[in-house]
Each structure stands twice: as C-alpha cells, then as structure tokens.
Ligand binder design. Structure first.
Ligand code: TLP
Length: 395
C-alpha cells in the first residue's frame, strides 16, 4: 500500500497530514486504512517508521463506554424495526423493549427514555416535591454530571454521604434530619450501581438489604441509577432483578456497555411508570417512531450483555499495567472503569491523545479509562505500550 507519501518528500516532518485524510477501515476489516475526504475521528496522528514513511496511528478510545458505534448486526436490526407512534403507545418495538426490561428487572412496567440523564431526572421528580432532600453517595452522577438538573428542574437538594459510592445504614441514618420546620424533608435515597466516579464500583449486595431497610424505616422512596447495573450484575454473577428488587424505580442504560447508540429505560410499578410517562412528556422526551432505537436496545440485550465480562477483564489489565508502570491507580476495578490520579491530568491527557490513546478527565486531578465493546484486549496492550513513556509526566 503506498497510500501515504514518504515523510521526507513533504519536508515538514511526520506530523503534517496529507491534504486528503486517512480513515480507519471498518472494524471487521482489521486495522487497514483508506483515504477519505472527511476528517476522521479514528486516526489521531501520523508516526514515522524506520522505513521513513508516515503510518497512521489508530486511536484507542477509552474515554467512555458511550463511544461505541452500532455494529452491522445492530444497524440491520434497526433498519428492520417495526415502528409506530410511541406517544400513542403504538410502537411495537418500544413496547417489546419496555416489557423485556421490566421482566429483566423484575418490575411491573418500564418506560423508554432518550438518555440516562432524563431517565434519572424523571425518576427523581416522580418521588419528590420541590425543596426536598435526596440522599446519594458522594460524587453521585445525579449531582455531579447531570447539568444541575435536580436543582434546576425539580428544585431538589442532594446530600451526599459515604465514600467510593458506598455507605452503611448508620451513615444513612446520620444524614436524616429531624422532622422540624427548620429542615427540608428528606424523601428519596438514590443509589448508583455501579458507581461511575468510584471507578465502576459495585454496591455490595450484602449492604443493599440493610441500607434499603433503613431507608424504608425513614419513609424514603428508593431509586437506583443503574446506568451500569448490567455490569454490576455480571460482576456479581446475579440476575439484574436481584439488584433491582429493593428499589421503587431503576434506570438502566442501553448506550453504555451494551453498545446501543441511544436509550435508557426506567422500570418500576405500573403506577409510577404511568406518572413517569407524563414527566417524560413534560421534559420533551416523548418520542414518535422510536422503534428504530428500541430495536438497537433489544439487539444489545440479546447479543451484548453477557460479553460485559470481557470489558471487566480488559479493565483489570490496564489497571495492573499502569500501576506497574508507576501511575497512581486506585483499587483494581470491579467492572469496566479505571481511574488514574495525577496532578498533571490535563497534560497527560493531551500527550496520551497525541500518542493515540483517548482518556477521559472526570476531575482536575483524575483521568479515566473505560473499556467497552469497541476495544479489544490487544488494544489495551497497545494503549499500555503507548502510555509507558508518559509516566514521567504523571508526577
Ligand atoms: N455517564 C457518562 C458521563 O455523563 C460522565 C460517562 O461517560 O460515564 N448515570 C450514570 C452512572 C452515568 O455514568 C451516566 C453517563 C448517566 C447516568 C447519564 O447517561 P446519559 O449520558 O445517557 O445521559
């Protein structure tokens, strides 16, 4: 393949791109490259080789498990989806997805949402009134990463407790306020399982019962932000319904590890789901022929659920590898998220990108690597090779 001109003939070194761009070939064709006139996202830079030719460096995207692209099988399922107007409840594919998720989570009913954020925020609103307090784990996604929606849209205060996404019944009780005119009523407990900021930590199944009993004794409703509940279930070897059982509502995402392009579902009792339908409409989330999206979710549940165990194995490898290289990595991940702490997070993220490794930066001193459907074990090894020289930056 003589698709890239020798570096010398361009005179400006290996970083300069040809006027045309280079795009990675589809996954099924391996790591080959082809020219295209569109700016590619897959190729981050060119590197010179001993032969003096520039070769494209294929990006390994570890920013999030949301970056996956629908596979050919999923696209085919989407193209063939039976559809109808879902605001009238007439989309057969959406109805099938909702029934499927309700069954998987052991609930009476479920409702399809365009995003995890809308799913969570609708659930918070359904259980509360403006001014109420919601208790959640320290650095909960509903507080940190949903654009301030709980305050802006539902007038809620979120109080966080515990550490690493986990807390005990005593910590929950200690956060409750006396019933007194000075204090806002605490009405909801929200548990995030797995916990994103705590490197995908699973809420321990033996704590789930005591914590939810303590919440019930205090009269709280219970919501689970289960964007990655599938990962928790696979990691524990338990059915998702077992982890969903204590909760009034559970939101799950189809667009994270499961690899669908869009979609979340909230499951719960019939009544609560009917009330959620109205809130979804208020939030602008009533969708019409959404069956094309639901079909992707159904395909993901059929074909891409059990393989989450591969992502977990692929996350343990960089955690161990990065630690061995001298990076500060927390506990070995229980699921698919690795958090790396460094004062030089911004610089390291930039240099990693130049080497073709895309990392997330969830905090000023934190980088994140998330494994998913579109990265293989070999990609993870390659990422470690590319990151090794950067350890001196990590401080
Ligand atoms: N998480 C995203 C970002 O928002 C940080 C990611 O890349 O991890 N709950 C949890 C626990 C989540 O991790 C996310 C997304 C959501 C809810 C929201 O889902 P979406 O992005 O569909 O609104």
């Amino acid at each position: 393949m003589s698709m890239v001109r020798p570096v010398e003939s361009r005179g400006k070194g290996p970083k300069r791109r040809d006027s045309r761009h280079i795009r990675a070939a589809p996954r099924a064709e391996g790591f080959g490259f082809q020219f295209t006139r569109r700016r590619p996202r897959e190729v981050s830079s060119l590197r010179s080789t001993s032969r003096g030719y520039a070769e494209p460096v294929r990006s390994i995207d570890l920013r999030s498990d949301t970056v996956t692209r629908p596979s050919p099988g999923m696209r085919e399922a989407m193209a063939k989806a039976e559809v109808g107007d879902d605001v009238y409840g007439e989309d057969p594919s959406v109805n099938r997805l909702q029934e499927r998720v309700a069954t998987l989570l052991g609930k009476q009913a479920a409702l399809f949402f365009p995003s995890g954020t809308m799913a969570n925020q609708a659930a918070l609103r359904v259980h509360t009134r403006p001014g109420d307090v919601v208790i959640a784990a320290y650095e909960a996604h509903i507080l940190r990463a949903e654009g301030g929606a709980a305050a802006a849209l539902s007038g809620l205060q979120i109080e966080t407790i515990g550490c690493d996404g986990i807390f005990t019944p005593d910590e929950l009780r200690a956060a409750l306020r006396p019933t007194d005119v000075h204090y806002a009523p605490t009405t909801l407990l929200a548990i995030e399982n797995t916990h994103n900021s705590a490197a995908g930590r699973v809420f321990p199944s033996d704590l789930l019962g005591p914590v939810s009993s303590a919440a019930r004794e205090a009269g709280l409703a219970l919501h689970c932000d289960g964007a990655r509940l599938w990962n928790a279930a696979v990691a524990l070897g338990l059915p998702p319904a077992a982890l969903a059982a204590p909760f009034d509502t559970v939101s799950v995402c189809l667009s994270k590890g499961l690899g669908a392009p869009v979609g979340s579902v909230v499951a719960g009792g019939q009544d609560v789901v009917e009330r959620l339908r109205r809130i979804r409409k208020q939030l602008g989330g009533g969708m019409r022929q959404a069956g094309v999206l639901a079909a992707a979710g159904l395909y993901a549940l059929d074909h891409q659920l059990a393989r989450l165990a591969d992502d977990h194995a692929n996350a343990r490898r960089p955690a161990d590898g990065l630690r061995a290289l001298g990076f500060e990595v927390g506990a070995t991940p229980e699921t698919n998220i690795v958090i790396l702490r460094t004062v030089a997070a911004a610089a390291l993220q930039r240099r990693a990108r130049e080497c073709g490794v895309l990392l997330g930066r969830p905090g000023a001193d934190r980088l994140r690597a998330v494994t998913h459907l579109d990265v293989t074990g070999a990609d993870v090894e390659e990422a470690l090779v590319r990151l090794a020289p950067l350890v001196t930056l990590a401080g």
